[in-house]
Design a protein around this ligand. Structure first.
Ligand code: COA
Length: 330
């Protein structure tokens, strides 16, 4: 754990303007609004414009977070972008964002790939580096343009995903016991094949054949992922509560990764918490992977659902398979 407290100084989020409803989807694949709502709780998702890349979404969210924190881009010395849909395989999206925001050249800038757990991984990294005293202020962003890797002809996946970005400014705190007070990160590398984009990397570089097979799109074994998501998120939540000697009832608000309302309902049931204690916006955005938790966190703060002194639990699960939980005292 960091040697000094590290706190979230401000948050921001951004969702592209274009809304794709379940009705719209039902004109693209053989599905219905009723089926999608019943199986996932999703009503609509946002889709970035053709010329809009992940860094563009990230920059919008970051500007709002900087404004909320009252921190200038010139003060940032650490910039992490969690994403699985970078602008390019190389260079990092963080470097593109750095340039667009005017973050100084002396800042460390890098991307982090932990899929839907990416924001918690990045937040933990930023807090550890700030806690060590080596960095002063970090911008932690989760941003995705998943619409660019979704197979819009695969009804088993295309209903789930959307585009967006969320960001947090992190810095040293002056009150001990506040800020990020604990994290629990992990991964189940034996299950990489359950949720992946098989093509386009060094294992299987893009060829005409792989492109024809659609290997550049997200592939998912939905049922297996669903079961693991419930089990692993519940465990990640329980572990961190136990580590800190806390009961679930002491958590003011749980901000779970927004993948599927049925997953959130199941976790609430297993933790024996009312579902009202969980922040939910999956109905409006679908699954935005690394952007999901920071968007929800920003919306929860702006809606007044987090008060000074409150405890917030973040919990996520994603491709890798990665998982993570984090406890924040405000
Ligand atoms: N519209 C209508 N019918 C659909 C459909 C769609 N969009 N997608 C699948 N179906 C059909 C299937 O073909 C199947 O029909 P069959 O019984 O005749 O074979 C039936 O509905 C059930 O499909 P299944 O895949 O078993 O549904 P499900 O209850 O598992 O729900 C998901 C599918 C994708 C919603 C669900 O598995 C899920 O959310 N998984 C987790 C995904 C996730 O969270 N991933 C990211 C983790 S970070």
């Amino acid at each position: 754990m960091p040697t000094r407290s590290t706190v979230i100084l401000g948050t921001g989020s951004y969702a592209p303007e274009r809304v794709l409803t379940n009705e719209d989807l039902s004109r693209m694949v053989d599905t219905s609004d009723e089926w999608i709502r019943a199986r996932s709780g999703i009503r609509e998702r946002r889709i970035a414009a053709a010329g809009e890349a992940t860094s563009d979404l990230a920059v919008q969210a970051a500007r709002r977070a900087l404004e909320d924190a009252g921190v200038g881009a010139a003060d940032i010395d650490l910039l992490i972008v969690a994403t699985v849909t970078p602008d390019y395989p190389m260079p990092s999206t963080a470097c593109v964002v750095q340039h667009k925001l005017g973050v100084p050249s002396a800042a460390a800038c890098f991307d982090m790939n932990a899929a839907c757990s990416g924001f918690i991984y990045a937040l933990d990294t930023a807090c550890a580096l700030i806690g060590s005293g080596r960095y002063r202020k970090a911008l932690v962003i989760g941003a995705e343009k998943l619409s660019s890797v979704v197979d819009w002809q695969d009804r088993g996946t295309c209903l789930l995903f959307g585009d967006g970005a969320g960001a947090a400014v992190v810095g040293p705190g002056d009150k001990p016991g506040t800020g990020l007070i604990g994290t629990r990160l992990g991964a189940l590398g034996e299950d990489t094949d359950l949720l992946c984009i098989p093509g386009g990397g060094s294992r299987s570089p893009t060829t005409a054949e792989s492109f024809g097979r659609g290997d550049h799109f997200i592939k998912m074994k939905g049922k297996e992922v669903f079961k693991l998501a419930v089990r692993v998120m519940e465990e990640a939540a329980r572990d961190i509560l136990e580590q800190h000697g806390l009961a679930a009832t002491q958590i003011g608000l749980v901000i779970p990764h927004q993948a599927n309302l049925r997953i959130i309902d199941a976790i609430a049931q297993y933790l024996e918490l009312p579902v009202e204690r969980f922040f939910v916006n999956v109905d409006r955005y679908g699954n935005t992977s690394a952007a999901s938790i920071p968007i929800a966190l920003d919306e929860a703060r702006r809606a007044g659902r987090i008060k000074p002194g409150d405890l917030t639990l973040l919990v996520a699960f994603g491709a890798g398979l990665t998982y993570g939980s984090a406890l924040i005292r405000w």
